[in-house]
Design a binder for this molecule. Structure first.
Ligand code: APR
Length: 255
């Protein structure tokens, strides 16, 4: 299958890469639904990634996202991110659409068309929506991303909005039950509808509406390739499946 997919990649004129948490796993950023231990169980994204959780305990939710931003600052893009960036360098028509809220694609040199679920580094007022300029900082002892760093973050109240003075600053993340940013969704949908190849990397394909995007590409007649060590909701529908980690498969595929 690797050769078949290599041929599809070479022939693709309007390729799209759609990534999920598995794309950043080899950088050391935990995924959401793999068998997690410890930290991720204690702070379940499902429980904290909601407006209700933020309103109920702003300090806890604020601390969690601020710690996740610091953790991303402390890791590096992996070989998979680098391979995608090199592909886009060669084929500028390549569009990168991600569910990830980290900036590892950008730090590897990719131009990202759409962050479907927002970004850990975008902050805004929960009331008036004004963008807030917040630096999540990085642990002074370089321990960002550690449990100790999270403990140090816990309990810090989110800053007040400096524009309206009423609201609290919240993470620029799409929480469960919230609408995706219309422009991010529209750009992603158009790209998947127009592509002739979609390479779907590191997503379990369970969270809507992002999980419907591979089917938009299939419906438009594109070939869809899945890169994932495990089977997912998407596996039965894709054209080709490459089983393995993104950081290993992508360099082999795109070299
Ligand atoms: N390379 C490729 N895929 C991997 C790797 C790897 N090294 N390691 C794990 N995976 C796969 C897992 O097998 C799983 O299918 O990545 C997928 C991660 O799935 P999830 O944790 O569900 O992440 P994702 O699909 O991106 O979640 C979607 O849910 O929590 C919300 O908003 C959050 O954007 C997120 C959305």
């Amino acid at each position: 299958d690797l050769d078949a997919v290599r041929r599809l990649i070479r022939a693709a004129e309007r390729p799209v890469v759609l990534t999920g948490a598995g794309m950043s796993a080899e950088s050391g950023v935990p995924t959401f639904r793999d068998a997690q231990t410890g930290l991720w169980e204690r702070f379940s994204p499902e429980a904290l990634a909601t407006e209700e959780a933020f309103l109920a305990d702003p300090a806890l939710v604020w601390s969690w996202y601020r710690w996740r931003a610091r953790m991303v600052r402390s890791v590096a893009p992996n070989a998979g991110h680098a391979a995608v960036a090199a592909w886009q360098e060669r084929v500028p028509a390549l569009e990168v659409v991600t569910q990830n809220v980290d900036d590892l694609h950008e730090r590897a040199g990719s131009r990202v068309l759409s962050h479907l679920h927002g970004s850990l580094f975008a902050f805004r007022c929960a009331e008036c929506g004004a963008p807030a300029d917040v630096d999540p900082g990085a642990a002074d002892d370089g321990a960002a991303g550690s449990e100790a760093d999270l403990e140090a973050m816990l309990g810090h109240q989110p800053p007040p909005c400096t524009v309206c003075g009423d609201g609290l600053v919240r993470p620029g993340i799409v929480w469960f039950g919230e609408m995706l940013p219309a422009d991010a969704w529209d750009r992603a949908y158009a790209a998947l509808e127009a592509c002739d190849l979609a390479v779907v990397i590191g997503t379990s394909g369970v969270v809507q509406p992002a999980a419907s995007l591979p089917f938009v590409a299939l419906g438009a007649g594109a070939a869809v390739v899945e890169i994932n060590p495990d089977l997912t909701e998407l596996s039965p529908a894709v054209t080709h499946r490459l089983a393995g980690p993104a950081g290993v498969i992508l360099p082999a595929l795109l070299s």
